[in-house]
Design a protein around this ligand. Structure first.
Ligand code: ARG
Length: 402
């Protein structure tokens, strides 16, 4: 029996997703495959990809540019949440999946498809993010994942494709598995699987090697309005342009590389290399502006929210009641996160060297050690008496016991 009749397949142009097309039709009895390639700023040429899907047997090949939505509705909320998985990974890949799921579900609706499909294998996080996001948006839709079931090796996959007119990759395929979009690159496999091996310079693209970065520091001003990045060096920029420009400026100084062993949702530890210059700089600057504009209790409470937020994005729960609830909290904190942060980029580092805001809570007259000091020193004594009371009582009892 056919697994589905009409399928919308998430398409990247690579071997696996191309082979999915004949596989769905031949092995799973699907009568029509419509492909959908999301343009997330991965830098590929999309016209050849669109054509390749048709050559591989797709009835319709869709390409959708969703870069602006990606930045505005996925990256910006995540920056406002300072979301870093396990304190380091700024989630470039993870954030793209719910958006791809969304446009797949929309296309299924528009074209009357009874299933959507993706080319993920059974070992990674991305299959979870797709399946769960699709289920959240339309629980009636079937999700097919041929590569999770077909059990073919790389060579077998290529051979299968060739039978159906899908050419083997021309250049010797890279030993690495790379996911790329406008927010960054995620690189794994090849010699990187040896966690002791230093990543070879050739894997990087968004960030320069330290030996090639400028020998003089560059100052960079990042401005936010209500927690949203709006300007670079005083120039207001639309979301996509802002991210692109920042990737270039920050990457040029070798900033934004991350080499980490991370805990995947499926329980495997994996070694992943990331480069996400714009996101790394924006989260760092945003966090600093919050430290200037948010009250103490909010800053400190938000830290816990941030790590939960990052975990949830990583674990495929973008469309979840918890994310809405956490976003409610985050949004409520952002109104006054407006101002500018000054960074100094130099040889792989982005140091924050200044910040200002019309809503700054930093009060120089309270903080100063000069004669301008307005802080009531005498008040400290009574405060410490009460603050230290439990400790004093505890200590007295303990002293009596000995
Ligand atoms: N580990 C990252 C994540 O789960 C990236 C996954 C894709 N990485 C890759 N090299 N293909 O979001």
């Amino acid at each position: 029996m056919a697994r589905a009749h009409k399928v919308i397949l998430a398409y990247s142009g690579g071997v696996d997703t191309s082979v999915c097309i004949p596989y769905l039709k031949q092995e799973w009895g699907v009568s029509e495959v419509i492909t959908l390639a999301a343009d997330l700023g991965q830098g590929d040429e999309l016209e050849p990809i669109r054509q390749k899907a048709l050559d591989s047997g797709a009835s319709i090949s869709l390409v959708q540019n969703v870069q602006e939505e990606f930045i505005r509705d996925y990256a910006f909320p995540s920056i406002q949440a300072n979301a870093l998985y396990e304190n380091r990974y700024p989630l470039a890949t993870a954030l793209a999946r719910p958006l791809i799921a969304k446009i797949l579900v929309e296309a299924a609706q528009e074209y009357g498809a009874d299933a959507v499909a993706h080319g993920c294998t059974g070992k990674g996080n991305d299959q979870v993010r797709f399946d769960v996001s699709i289920a959240a948006l339309n629980p009636k839709l079937k999700v097919l994942a041929p590569a999770r079931e077909w059990g073919m090796s790389r060579e077998e996959t290529i051979a299968y494709g060739e039978k159906y007119g899908i050419p083997a990759p021309v250049k010797k395929s890279s030993p690495y598995s790379i996911d790329r979009n406008i927010l960054g690159r995620s690189i794994e496999a090849g010699i990187l699987e040896d966690a002791w091996q230093e990543p070879p310079e050739e894997i990087f693209d968004f960030t320069k090697a330290i030996k090639d970065t400028p020998d003089t520091p560059q100052y960079l001003e990042l401005s936010f309005d209500g927690g949203i990045p709006v300007a670079i060096d005083g120039e207001n920029l639309a979301p996509v342009t802002l991210i692109e420009r920042l990737n270039t400026i920050v990457g040029n100084h070798g900033v934004g590389r991350i080499d980490m062993i991370e805990n995947r949702l499926v329980g495997i530890k994996s070694r992943e290399i990331y480069e996400s210059p714009a996101l790394v700089a924006l989260i760092q600057a945003h966090r600093d502006l919050e430290s200037l504009t948010l009250p103490k209790e909010v800053t400190q409470y938000k830290l816990g929210i941030e790590s939960t937020y990052a975990q949830l994005v990583y674990n495929g729960l973008w469309y979840s009641p918890l994310r809405s609830a956490l976003d409610g909290f985050v949004q409520a904190t952002q109104e006054r996160v407006t101002g500018t942060v000054r960074l100094k980029l130099f040889k792989g580092t982005a140091q924050i060297v200044g910040r200002k805001s019309p809503y700054s809570l930093y009060n120089e007259e309270l903080a100063t050690y000069t004669s301008a000091d307005q802080f009531d020193h005498k008040a400290a004594e009574g405060f410490i008496y009460i603050w230290g009371l439990p400790t004093r009582v505890w200590s007295q009892i303990r002293t009596h016991e000995h």
